[in-house]
Design a binder for this molecule. Structure first.
Ligand SMILES: [Zn+2]
Length: 276
């Protein structure tokens, strides 16, 4: 059977002198591994048609050749040229595609995950607020995986939680939720926040969370556009806390160590020192 689908390049590996293996996240068939025969030949029709972070229109035989599907045709829809030269953006794109490659099972269509990755790569290619955008996309990734943290009420007593959210409308701030309690700790294991009264029942893994961080996470969780990440202004302390909470939460629920994340974040913070 031959199928046509949109697909994002997750990984590329040389296979023989002339062929290469490409791992894709497709919109309609989930993650698939393909071989592109003759990709390295000078006159190959695939030259310039496929590279890391591209979204392509893919025509592929869904039959296996040495465990791989064979690509018949491929044309780039979004080459995302800035990701070839902007190294901070490249680090974010590498981390995010690697993360998706690791958490996606083969042949499990997940159009929402496809849309999110496509949007994240567009974002990294074009925007400058990379760090906050990365956190925003991580939160959305947890959502499409069905693993959103509970941020509205205490996980134990179910009282609503207070936030220090300056983005709320004046009306919202005038009327705090009835019986709202102050947030105290974030539990990765339980998947959300506990109020001050219930915090002693949390395990040792629970991390302190302040109302401003809770407010930010809640605002991002309910927002549909990454513009809300760009509009945020975070202090270095807030960035450190967001990084820690989201990192540990993803590590626990996606069951993966995350060296690519640490690498991406350290590259983002690298400042080039002028030599002269
Ligand atoms: Zn409580």
């Amino acid at each position: 059977m031959i199928v046509k689908t949109q697909a994002i390049v997750l990984r590329m590996i040389p296979f023989s002198e002339t062929s290469r293996v490409v791992l894709w996240l497709t919109r309609d068939h989930g993650k698939i591994a393909t071989i592109i025969k003759g990709a390295h030949r000078r006159r190959s029709p695939f030259v310039g048609q496929v590279d890391l972070f591209y979204t392509c229109e893919l025509l592929v035989y869904l039959r296996l050749f040495r465990g791989l599907h064979v690509v018949k045709e491929c044309s780039p829809l979004k080459p995302r040229t800035p990701l070839r030269s902007r190294w901070r953006a490249t680090a974010c794109a590498s981390y995010f595609t690697e993360l998706v490659a690791r958490i996606s099972p083969l042949y499990a269509p997940h159009p929402e995950l496809f849309r999110l990755l496509d949007m994240a790569l567009d974002y990294f290619a074009d925007q400058s607020a990379l760090e906050l955008g990365l956190f925003w996309f991580e939160l959305k990734l947890m959502k499409v995986m069905g693993l959103s943290p509970q941020l509205k009420e205490c996980l134990v007593c179910h009282h609503p939680l207070q936030t220090d959210d300056r983005r709320q409308t004046t009306d919202d701030r005038r009327e705090p939720a009835l019986g709202a309690r102050e947030a105290s700790v974030f539990s990765c294991v339980r998947g959300g926040v506990l109020c001050k009264t219930c915090a002693p029942s949390a395990g040792k893994e629970a991390l302190p969370i302040t109302p401003d961080i809770l407010g930010m996470l809640r605002f991002w969780q309910s927002s549909r556009s990454w513009r809300s990440a760009q509009s945020a202004a975070c202090t270095p302390r807030q960035i450190r806390e967001l990084e820690r909470i989201l990192g540990l939460f993803m590590q626990y629920h996606l069951e993966i160590g995350n060296p690519a994340r640490a690498t991406a974040l350290s590259i983002l913070r690298t400042r080039l020192v002028p030599t002269d």
